[in-house]
Ligand binder design. Structure first.
Ligand SMILES: Nc1ncnc2c1ncn2[C@@H]1O[C@H](COP(=O)(O)OP(=O)(O)OP(=O)(O)O)[C@@H](O)[C@H]1O
Ligand SMILES: [Mg+2]
Length: 365
């Protein structure tokens, strides 16, 4: 699959643009603040029906304007497809595939698979457990519709259960049967989510190790450990055991919404030990593993967005990464850089079809 044409209107600092891409490598070149990441974000938007950076769409409209529009024309499984999103302040967002609006936006997820590698990935290491759950969910949901559905239902049930706990408190009442209805649903959806997360991580580990070894040329072992209270026993028993505590704190204290992912290198958490370059290498390997996982899980090679890829890496590692992405296992790639000489050196080595777009103050030249 590849994006052939991107048409934009008033998205962040980009007033208007029309870009024709090549199926392999596309580079956005420009100074800091030019709009390279914003362009990446529009491509992300078309795959996920939302911005990678800002979920508040009014803030994604170019300052002083009332609406934005993003349209992409793709070649997907030998068919041309058009994805178009429009948002106007005060109106609901329109999101269409071949002129047809979706019934639910979640139906779109996974049809145009994409992996974004960006400096903000570091939040996986520095952020709270919800970032790491989001990572797992984001990957699995891209090819497993039932997973996404289970997750949405689990979260809705969780919200309802928490509301009920608050209602008990406010009305000084309690009804175990009412709670049991929600528990049953949490157990049903939670158990399947837990199973799939476990499988996903188990499959990711060898890919992750392979990419890490390749880029770092080292012998360290990367550790990905999925941590869930559901590993400690029956979920329903845990809900029952936590009932009094839940009633006291007014929310559900146990379940897959508390899961975490331990990220380690050798015997230590990467958070404690990694230098900036090591951390970046670690995250890159993890995201390349995500790419490989998605590629193998579906029938479509995901689009790969590489934002500020070379920042903080030494020449050896940059060389390894170029060697890696030049490989045929990747499909269409978008890359940003601020330095033309640097980019030229990279492209020289890639020996692949490419196109360069110069970005200047929100304009594509
Ligand atoms: N809604 C908006 N309206 C107008 N401009 C915006 C809006 N949102 C963000 N911007 C501007 O877009 C610019 C940032 O663009 P972007 O992050 O794409 O830069 P970049 O080319 O990736 O730079 P760097 O090399 O530093 O990563 C900033 O100057 C920011 O103020
Ligand atoms: Mg940027």
């Amino acid at each position: 699959m590849h994006l052939q044409k991107l048409t934009l209107l008033d998205y962040k600092n980009i007033e208007q643009a029309e870009l024709d891409f090549c199926p392999k490598l596309n580079c956005f070149l420009g100074d800091n603040g030019a709009g390279k990441t914003n362009l990446m974000d529009t491509i992300y938007y078309l795959s996920f029906s939302k911005s990678f950076f800002n979920p508040v769409d009014t803030q994604n409209i170019r300052h002083g304007r009332e609406m934005f529009m993003i349209q992409g024309k793709y070649a997907r499984l030998d068919t041309d497809e058009v994805i178009a999103v429009g948002f106007k302040t005060g109106s609901p967002k329109t999101f269409k595939r071949n002129q047809k609006p979706y019934r639910k936006l979640s139906e779109h997820i996974g049809l145009f698979p994409l992996v974004m590698i960006s400096p903000s990935d570091s939040i996986l290491i520095t952020g709270g457990s919800e970032e790491r759950r989001k990572f797992m969910d984001g990957v699995i949901a891209q090819f497993d519709r039932q997973y996404l559905d289970a997750l949405l239902r689990y979260n809705r049930t969780l919200q309802q259960r928490n509301n009920l706990l608050k209602y008990f408190q406010e009305t000084r009442s309690f009804n175990a049967d009412n709670l049991a209805v929600y528990d049953e649903q949490l157990v049903f959806y939670g158990t399947s989510i837990h199973e799939k997360r476990k499988q996903f991580i188990a499959q990711m580990i060898p890919y992750f190790q392979k990419f890490y070894d390749f880029i770092a040329m080292g012998k360290e072992q990367v550790v990905l450990n999925y941590e869930s209270s559901l590993d400690q026993g029956n979920f329903q028993d845990q809900l029952t055991a936590a009932r009094n505590r839940d009633r006291a704190v007014l929310f559900t204290t146990t379940g897959i919404h508390k899961d975490d992912l331990h990220l380690g290198l050798g015997d230590f958490p990467i958070r404690k030990l990694g230098s900036q370059g090591q951390t970046k290498t670690y995250l890159l390997a993890l995201k390349f593993a995500q790419f490989e996982y998605l590629k193998n899980a579906g029938e479509i090679k995901p689009i790969l967005l590489l934002d500020d890829l070379f920042d903080k890496l030494d020449a050896n590692r940059v060389g390894k990464i170029i060697e890696l992405v030049a490989n045929d296992q990747f499909g269409q790639i978008f890359i940003t850089d601020t330095n033309r000489e640097h980019l030229a050196g990279i492209l020289e080595k890639m020996k692949t079809e490419y196109r360069i777009f110069q970005i200047n103050q929100g304009k594509v030249i």
